[in-house]
Design a protein around this ligand. Structure first.
Ligand code: HEC
Length: 212
């Protein structure tokens, strides 16, 4: 009961932050071009893909967090698991459509088999894990594919909320919830994570025509 209370308090705090994220709190003035300003002549595709990818990841993260928090408030973590089971990927798909990209989350330790990392992604995950171990900050990468580019960025566990459903069994993740998760995801391996661990990758496909 005490744990649930703490979880709810934490969720409340995150909820407030999430709700405020759209407000304009930046009081600084925008920089303005002057007659002396030089026009940009080089057009860096990689940078454009990164800008689009970061925006897509952030938009999806906010939408998913808001939905998970609402679902937990409405019916507790079990209700939220059922909700994610049905709604997580469709929600990601609808954000994809609205931004004209294809957003996915992949992991070496995934809950939904549809989110399994492929061979290239496993290598990238290994590299990110080593960087985190060495105290470095892993940074996004852009790769070329046939019809466009894929933006990859690390997903690191930074919020206690995540551990409610992905944490160490018997500590943050209760054995009951763990059992319940297994009923919906029999091959789940997305647990026993700790704060600061790499949880997986954002994978955002940006079609060529969006950046050329
Ligand atoms: C209420 C429980 C719950 C919470 C809280 C939660 N998740 Fe999940 N998470 C799930 C479920 C269920 C899935 C599988 C969704 C699906 O079917 O696609 C999932 C899937 C994921 C995936 C996709 C890869 C995979 O394993 O299938 C990532 C990445 C992820 N979660 C990260 C996070 C992060 C980071 C947080 C904290 C901000 C978080 N989750 C909070 C339940 C939760």
């Amino acid at each position: 009961m005490k744990n649930l209370f703490i979880t709810l308090v934490v969720l409340g705090i995150i909820g407030i932050v999430a709700c405020q994220s759209g407000q304009d709190t930046d009081a600084q003035e925008e920089p303005q071009a002057t007659p002396q300003t030089k026009e940009t002549t080089s057009y860096n595709i990689e940078d454009s893909v990164k800008v689009i990818g970061k925006k897509a990841a952030m938009t999806t993260f906010k939408a998913l967090s808001a939905e998970v928090i609402r679902a937990i408030r409405d019916g507790g973590p079990q209700h939220a698991i059922k909700y994610c089971n049905v709604r997580a990927n469709p929600l990601v798909d609808s954000v994809s459509k609205s931004l004209g990209v294809k957003i996915a989350r992949v992991s070496h330790k995934r809950r939904n088999p549809a989110n399994s990392a492929n061979a290239y992604e496993r290598e990238l995950i290994k590299r990110y894990i080593e960087q985190l171990k060495a105290g470095e900050k892993p940074s996004p990468v852009v790769v070329n594919v046939d019809t466009g580019y894929i933006f990859y960025a690390p997903i690191v566990i930074e919020k206690p909320l995540c551990l409610t459903c992905h944490g160490v069994v018997g500590r943050e993740l209760s054995p009951e919830l763990h059992e319940f998760i297994k009923q919906h995801y029999p091959t789940d391996s997305a647990y026993n994570f700790r704060m600061g661990d790499l949880r997986g990758l954002w994978k955002i496909f940006v079609p060529k025509e969006k950046v050329s």
